[in-house]
Structure formats: C-alpha cells, structure tokens
Write a protein that binds this ligand. Structure first.
Ligand code: CU
Length: 117
C-alpha cells in the first residue's frame, strides 16, 4: 500500500517535471520568442529585430478591447491570426532570409514590423 502511494507521487512528479522541461526547452537555445502586446497604443513594441537564421516565435497578446486590432495580418506571408483578448497567440516567423515582415490589423490601420537581419 505504502509502496503504491510512492509510485503515484513519483509519477506525478515526473509529469510535473516533464511539463516544466517542455516549457523551458521552448525558451532555450533552439527557439527564441519575441513578445508583442496589443494595447490602446497599438502594437508594443511596434518594431522588433530578430537574428536571421534562428527560429523565432512571435508571441502576441491583445491586452485591450479598445482597439480594432482583434486580428493580425502578415500580408507578405499571406497569414492572418485572430487575437483573442488576453490570450497569447504564437506565430512562427520565417527567418531564413533578411527581410522586413510588416504586419497590421485587419483594416491595415495599426501596424508593426519584424526586421530579420
Ligand atoms: Cu484596424
């Protein structure tokens, strides 16, 4: 009886550690993240520079309802992402070549850019 409780505890620990290391691995050397918030001032920061050749994930979170930017459009990538309030949206960025990735709200009124160099 005692033994089986210990096994449950160990299993729970293993699961917990597994979840942790998965998250830490994402932020580690293989992949990096840049964070952009959508506020009533627009995309913050509106301009981000990332190094060419390394996988980068843009993590965008809309933090206000006082904005029309409820979605973000990457015209050059032909991609469109919905931005639910207070939910981090993970957007993989192509960094294989030096370029500027412009993005904007659905009406092209509020914009920002990712500079790959
Ligand atoms: Cu707009």
């Amino acid at each position: 009886m005692k033994h089986s409780i210990w096994i449950s505890v160990l299993a729970a620990l293993a699961l917990g550690l597994g979840g942790c290391s998965g998250g830490a691995g994402g932020a580690g050397s293989a992949n990096s993240e840049v964070t952009v918030a959508v506020t009533d001032a627009g995309f913050v920061p509106a301009e981000v520079t990332v190094p060419k050749g390394k996988p980068v994930t843009l993590v965008m979170t809309r933090k206000t309802d006082q904005t029309c930017a409820t979605e973000v459009v990457f015209a050059s990538l032909n991609q469109r992402y919905a931005l639910p309030l207070n939910q981090a949206v993970r957007i993989p960025l192509p960094t294989n070549e030096a370029r500027t990735l412009d993005y904007a709200c659905g009406m092209n009124m509020i914009s920002g850019k990712i500079i790959v160099q």
